[in-house]
Design a protein around this ligand. Structure first.
Ligand code: PLP
Length: 222
């Protein structure tokens, strides 16, 4: 396995170059997706300066939270079953997979602090993917009006797994458009300034299209 610090240096160069090609001049935060690696490798990521970590299962998140004492921001990036909310919601800083009212209601009931959430959007409409359609997203946001524990900081999507770069780009571009529509609503609980998009294979395209959080596993810690 390559040293994380070396992977990170290369990824950072790629991100900086992609930012120069972007029209948005946005800050970009790397989330190190540690779901496939153990506690030691996760600690190595933190030592390399990666202070945003992503997990997609309650078990993995809780084991690492318990074992790792250093400060980090924990992101839950997987689909979250309603009955698992109480286990994880007070252990995380960001949730990237808010995709239904029943989940929002359970968060409202269990969270002891305001949770920064991304609404997950299935831009590509692939059946295998979680998330709301673009059309459903605005109505869903309005339905969160009375929730006190949810702040919608942004939108999240996953591009199709494909070699077709223009297809991937169109997905990210559509999420950016939707984000701008949400921002224009000026909902106090949904500033929606962030875009969580881009993984090992497509983070440069995502940054070019306005990503502010990229979620990188394999290329960084794998
Ligand atoms: C696994 C995962 C990632 C990271 O994927 P890589 O291809 O390993 O970079 C990003 N986002 C989500 C939602 C994931 O499940």
């Amino acid at each position: 396995m390559a040293k994380i610090i070396e992977n990170l240096a290369q990824i950072q160069v790629n991100i900086d170059q992609a930012k120069e090609r972007s029209n948005y001049g946005q800050p970009v935060q790397i989330i190190a997706v540690t779901k496939e690696v153990d506690v030691a490798r996760t600690a190595e990521a933190i030592d390399a300066g990666l202070l945003h970590l992503g997990e997609n299962r309650p078990e993995g998140l809780l084991v690492k939270r318990e074992a790792i004492q250093q400060f980090a921001n924990w992101h839950y990036i997987g689909s979250l079953q309603t009955r698992k909310v109480k286990q994880v919601i007070n252990e995380i800083d960001y949730l990237h997979s808010l995709d239904r009212l029943s989940l929002a209601e359970e968060i409202e009931k269990r969270a002891q602090h305001v949770v920064k959430c991304f609404v997950q959007v299935n831009v590509s409409g692939e059946e295998s993917k979680h998330g709301l359609t673009a059309e459903e997203t605005i109505d869903f946001l309005h339905s969160l009006a009375n929730m006190t524990k949810i702040e919608v900081v942004g939108l999240m999507t996953m591009a199709p797994y494909s070699d077709n770069k223009e297809l991937i780009r169109s997905v990210f571009r559509n999420l950016k458009k939707l984000q701008q529509e949400v921002v224009a609503l000026k909902l106090p609980y949904a500033p929606c300034t962030e875009l969580s998009m881009g993984m090992s294979n497509d983070y440069e395209i995502a940054v070019e299209e306005g990503a502010t959080f990229v979620r990188i596993g394999t290329a960084l810690v794998g």
